[in-house]
Design a protein around this ligand. Sequence first.
Ligand code: ATP
Ligand code: MN
Length: 478
Amino acid sequence: MGQRIKIKALLQSGETGTEVTVKGWVRAFRSNRFIALNDGSTNSNLQIVVDFENTDPALLKRITFGAAVAITGTLAPSLGQGQSVEVIASEIEILGDCNPDEFPLQPKKQTLEFLRENAHLRFRTNTFGAIFRVRNTLSFAVHQFFQEKGFVYLHTPVITQSDAEGAGEAFHVTNFDLANVPRTDTGEVDYKQDFFGKSTNLTVSGQLEGELGAMALSDIYTFGPTFRAENSNTTRHLAEFWMIEPEMAFYDIHDNANLAEELLKYVISYALDKNKEDLEFLTQRLLEEEKQKPQNERSELSLLDKLQFCLNNDFERLTYTEAIQILRDSTPNKKKKFVYPVEGWGTDLQSEHERYLVEKHFKKPVILTDYPKEIKSFYMRQNDDGKTVAAMDILFPGIGEIIGGSQREERLDKLETRMDELGIPKDELWWYLDTRRFGSCPHAGFGLGFERLVLFVTGMGNIRDVIPFPRFPKNAEF
Ligand code: ATP
Ligand code: MN
């Protein structure tokens, strides 16, 4: 057998009349004659024509759905519908048999729930092939965007010291024998005896360390795994997810919002360009899925239209205070349709409120700024009104919050006062405070949840379907 060529390349530029070798998994075998072969490079299967009269019947029997095969043959123009070329096989080798009676996947539509339980095999379906190729493109596009702008990719630690924000969402990291945890004289866990000599966690965000980098390199970004032990069984939360966190010296909140909007548009446009076929497939998938829903619950725009729409429109920018006014006056609020009624200024927005603003009121992505300081983190820059901070959340249709960010408090006295008010231990964050002591400067940054981005671009409904092996409460299989 000759040198293997991938199916995508073959379909794009194969010369008919030449001999080719392809390898992949059988998606279908019809009439003992036509193999639909897929190797994951594209959703388009390659048709292989088998000369069954001159092939050993024992070999033909082993060409089953899911089997891995290597085939050599001549590339020829196809007479059949649905493909321009096909391979007239001269040599067939079974690389891995696949017993159809035992193989969990079947050559028919299977539910996303079933495929989630078989996440080790779901890559072999068209839907998941498309999702993970799009995910790959988006992650490459993120790097390309920042690299073109001269940002430095900074690897912030995965193991961090005590959860500084005290949100209680961090997973503990310990080397203790849990059946025999050392205790101090007063009965507390004696972390001095633990591996790091102190209590440690998996990171919930690389921001604080990212800021340290920005205060010298000017512009940095992180793109790494993030862990949150929040017990939220939603379609938008994972216990392990990937976050992109740029941090820029000399940026204010407006520069921050501009960069975020530019980034989102860049990566979406990149995927539209590079993964046209996959996104067309996913658009079709969503249309089929929505046919099951009542008319009023179907989206007005198709997936491709929605992505295009996002590129062609400026994101709506308004303050939290303006948003509260809109929500208070909204029909669902007056008719008591919200699970959480919008009453006064100062409460946090629920996902239902965010989605109302984006999907019903503005019908486009929204950038909300200047939230009450009580509902935001200690490091956000305090506005002159004494009530709000320079926070910025970006809300997307079907998703809600996709980005959370802010201009950071660069003034040492203001930062320390706020930390004292919130009871955040300054001694633990001495290194963070040092940047405000030595050459402090205005700076800003944000966190983009990578899976929420993939969710939006692929049109999938559950975040567990856009990461290869999702981690969520009571699940760490595979
Ligand atoms: P939410 O209110 O939706 O839980 P958050 O306010 O906790 O989000 P941030 O702490 O601002 O989120 O994190 C930045 C971004 O990380 C969010 O905008 C979101 O895109 C993403 N994100 C946060 N938590 C999760 C999670 N558990 N799973 C996946 N993505 C997440
Ligand atoms: Mn959260």
